[in-house]
Design a protein around this ligand. Structure first.
Ligand code: ATP
Length: 353
């Protein structure tokens, strides 16, 4: 099912929680709404679900206006942050619930049993069907909520931080499992998260939200390697932001040079091009930088801190007035005070804006 969100706004008092948001989601796509706490992700998801009304704008499902239709009329699976399970029911009955109340068809007893069994297996809870829902850990309850959301093979799946209560290892397994299932049944999915790695790993496209607006929409690599602005660059991984002036005119998509205040020249990618002498901000990912012995190539500076993280070492390198973070392999043993050169491909230094 395709979804078209057009110019949706929603205020609470004077506060614009969702501000003129438009998104088109293709049938079978998984879109992440990614942003910090309070950026309007949940409010937008609730409006799409029909649980909250918009002040203005329109929602279309498959080209048909659904702005005023209620949830019951839509074949939607949800997991919301407060995933209320039916406390008086077993795990099996919780998951079977959407099948029992389905209006579009009747499910026979064996079919219910088989679909619930598959859903339980997907979330790794086979054998838990007879447990009372209350006798589960938070993470297990969250997985039951997910099984309940997918059991009836919905056309649209709306997920609000569905893995937030799981420990790191289980969360990664469930990401993969959920994505596999989503692709297998081809369900259009909107997935709210504030976890950038989750969004990068799972999505076809990511909509980055800030203060009620979508500030960038694109596929994960675009968002990561071509952030549109400083907010996105910082929110998706801790980018270094360097300020300088373009040395020459550069065409859109071209490689040009930016002169930093300390006089060094950095070769950068200019996605939108620039005139000579334009003030520019360059986003440079710590993991794209190679920290090596001082040479004439690259940016020269001095290591001011070094943290061993096991598989990597995180260095901070002072270059003029800037401190640049760089990640090196765990074997790297450069010490604080060492003069070093930072090198990186020009495509890793992206001019914002
Ligand atoms: P989180 O990740 O913390 O859930 P979010 O991006 O999902 O954040 P929302 O829950 O959509 O953000 O909230 C956006 C803003 O709207 C917040 O500042 C919140 O306080 C406000 N808000 C949400 N619902 C209401 C409400 N019913 N009444 C008043 N303010 C609300």
């Amino acid at each position: 099912m395709s979804i078209s969100v057009k110019n949706i706004s929603r205020s609470f008092g004077d506060f614009k929680a969702v501000n003129d948001v438009s998104i088109d989601v293709e049938s079978g796509e998984l879109i992440a709404l990614l942003g910090p706490s309070g950026s309007g992700k949940t409010t937008l998801l609730r409006i799409i679900a029909g649980l909250e009304t918009a002040d203005s704008g329109q929602i279309c499902f498959h080209g048909e206006d659904a702005t005023d239709s209620s949830v019951g009329e839509r074949r939607i699976g949800f997991v919301f942050q407060h995933y209320a399970l039916f406390r008086h029911m077993t795990v099996f009955e919780n998951i079977a619930f959407p099948l029992r109340v389905a209006k579009d068809r009747r499910y026979g007893r064996e079919e219910v049993s088989s679909l619930v069994g598959q859903a339980l297996a997907t979330v790794g809870l086979s054998g838990y069907g007879d447990r009372p829902a209350t006798r589960l850990s938070g993470g297990q309850q969250q997985r039951v909520a997910l099984a309940r959301a997918i059991v009836h093979r919905p056309k649209l799946l709306l997920l609000d931080e569905p893995l937030s209560n799981l420990d790191a290892a289980l969360r990664e397994d469930m990401r993969t499992e959920l994505r596999r299932l989503q692709q297998q049944i081809g369900v259009t999915t909107i997935y709210v998260t504030h976890d950038q790695s989750e969004a990068l790993a799972m999505s076809d496209r990511i909509a980055v939200m800030d203060k009620g607006r979508i500030v960038q929409m694109g596929d994960p690599r675009d968002i990561y390697f071509r952030p549109a602005n400083a907010f996105v660059a910082n929110f998706i991984g801790a980018a270094n932001l360097l300020h300088g002036k373009s040395e020459d005119a550069v065409a859109a998509g071209g490689i040009g040079s930016v002169r930093l205040p300390n006089g060094s020249l950095v070769a950068c990618l200019f996605p939108s091009g620039a005139a000579k002498g334009t003030d520019t901000t360059v986003s440079l990912r710590p993991e794209s930088i190679v920290v090596g012995a001082e040479t004439n190539a690259g940016l020269n500076g001095t290591i001011v801190s070094s943290s061993f993280l096991g598989s990597s070492v995180r260095y901070e390198v002072r270059i003029g007035d800037d401190v640049i973070r760089a990640m090196a392999a765990g074997e790297s043993t450069l010490s604080v005070g060492s003069p070093v050169s930072l090198t990186f491909p020009p495509t890793a230094a992206v001019v914002l804006g």
